[in-house]
Ligand binder design. Structure first.
Ligand code: F6P
Length: 454
């Protein structure tokens, strides 16, 4: 026994015919099988013996949602819906490619849903079929996502043109059934993963998650797709700024993304040899920064700062456009002004922005995306729904999506890389460092303690 939910477009002719005479409302229960069996056969499923179980109209009274008993007729080929959701990043297409290849090895087909859940909301649902797996090589290299994505439009609170919102979740669930999907593989960050899981719970959908975010802040995974590429780009920017800083005797400040986590700044700061790394998880003082710059005993400095670092007074620095939309950004300029005012250093700010998200993925991101894509299909094959693939201790594993979204993975002050940065004499803003000789920089407080005890 199998129940499928299919949508039948009600034409005007059927509209009048199936209007309930007493209530004057369209009434699906009178709709005979032959009206939509042809439609199903031609469009969606070859279920000629399907029998209507129940039916209802959608909220616009235009489509009839019909549940059918397919009398044991199953499709041999499973069908996976695949979508990318939230901000784009490098490596998404490599993950799509891997899912398509692995599904093909099981003999399954993949429907790529357009623009995250919006493709399932659309009528008819918008998707592309990945048919020829041998032609997907270019997906390894391509930045962005060929499916399109969005980081707006929560379906549970969907914005309407008049400024109000409505719950479109049922439309997405219907879209899943309308396409005859057996599972949905969602590639997203914590926000997308939470929305997809809620949809899956509400509609009984089979969901498997793949983590992606340049911020690397999703719980229960050490790595998410896109992070490594973002770190590479930020490191390269720092490398370049270093030369201009030295040539012009300037303090060059690089502001990087990362939302509320400092992973990009910390990793790129170590890799690019920054003098000062500021992350939201570690409080700083302007005095510590200025003393560090002066203690360097050279005429330039490089600073990398994560976008969510607050002012010294603890306020987030944001920018609001004319539409009233507010985004993180501007902490670099704030620091530049403070440093110039305090020690008179010439400062310049580079805001790296979306350069960190686009472009060709690094080899590591390609490997991670491919590993995750293969594992996600295997998870579905093993009926491990409601799980997310994850990278932990050099292995691909899987974790309950609920656990991944319950934990926000910021940089821990005890993180190995925090220790490494301190060990390299990088100032993290909470204390002062200065050059002892040309090779070794030591922490002032440590030196003072040594001096006191000697
Ligand atoms: O979450 C990824 C991210 O790039 C953040 O680092 C950044 O704060 C945000 O998205 C930018 O979003 P948008 O693309 O909407 O400007």
């Amino acid at each position: 026994m199998y129940e499928a939910i299919c949508k039948v477009q009600i034409t005007d002719c059927y509209r009048n015919k199936y209007r309930n005479p007493s209530t004057q409302k369209y009434c699906g229960v009178y709709l005979p099988i032959n009206i939509f069996s042809e439609y199903l056969t031609s469009r969606y499923e070859p279920y000629p013996k399907a029998v209507v179980l129940k039916s209802r109209f959608d909220h616009q009274n235009r489509n009839l949602i019909v549940s059918v008993n397919t009398m044991g007729q199953h499709r041999d080929r499973k069908r996976i819906g695949l979508l990318t959701s939230g901000g784009d990043c490098a490596g998404l297409n490599a993950a799509l490619r891997a899912v398509v290849h692995r599904a093909d090895s099981y003999g399954w087909e993949v429907f790529g849903i357009s623009r995250a859940t919006q493709g399932l909301m659309a009528r008819p649902p918008e998707y592309i079929e990945f048919e020829d797996v041998s032609r997907t090589h270019e997906l390894l290299l391509a930045g962005g996502t060929v499916l399109g994505t969005t980081n707006k439009g929560n379906p549970f609170d969907f914005p309407l043109p008049d400024g109000s919102t409505c719950d479109r979740s049922q439309d997405i669930i219907d879209g899943y059934h309308l396409l005859g999907l057996d599972a949905l593989i969602g590639i997203g960050g914590d926000g997308s993963m939470a929305i997809l899981r809620r949809l899956a719970q509400q509609g009984g959908l089979n969901l498997v998650g793949i983590p992606k975010t340049i911020d690397n802040d999703l719980g229960c995974t050490e790595r998410s797709i896109g992070f490594d590429t973002a770190v590479n780009i930020a490191t390269e920017a720092l490398d370049r700024l270093h030369f201009t800083a030295a040539s012009h005797s300037r303090v060059m400040i690089l502001e990087v993304m990362g939302r509320d986590a400092g992973h990009i700044a910390l990793n790129a700061g170590i890799a690019g040899g920054a003098d000062i790394v500021l992350i939201p998880e570690i409080p700083y003082t302007i005095d510590n920064i200025c003393q560090t710059i002066q203690g360097l005993k050279r005429n330039f400095a490089t600073i990398i700062v994560a976008e969510a670092v607050c002012t010294e007074a603890g306020e987030k620095v944001t920018q609001t456009n004319r539409l009233g939309q507010c985004r993180l950004g501007g902490i670099g300029e704030y620091l530049a002004e403070q440093i110039t005012e305090t020690i008179g250093a010439e400062t310049r700010v580079t805001v790296l922005g979306h350069v960190q998200r686009g472009g060709t993925p690094s080899p590591l991101d390609r490997v991670l995306a491919t590993t995750f894509g293969v594992e996600a299909v295997d998870l579905f094959a093993a009926e491990k729904n409601d799980h997310m693939v994850s990278w932990l201790t050099r292995q691909v594993v899987h974790v309950p999506i609920a656990e991944a979204i319950a934990e926000y993975r910021a940089v821990s002050p005890q993180d190995t890389l925090v220790k490494t940065a301190r060990g390299m004499g990088i100032c993290l803003g909470d204390s002062t460092y200065y050059a002892v000789d040309s090779h070794i920089r030591c922490k002032t407080s440590v030196l003072s303690q040594l001096e006191l005890s000697s």
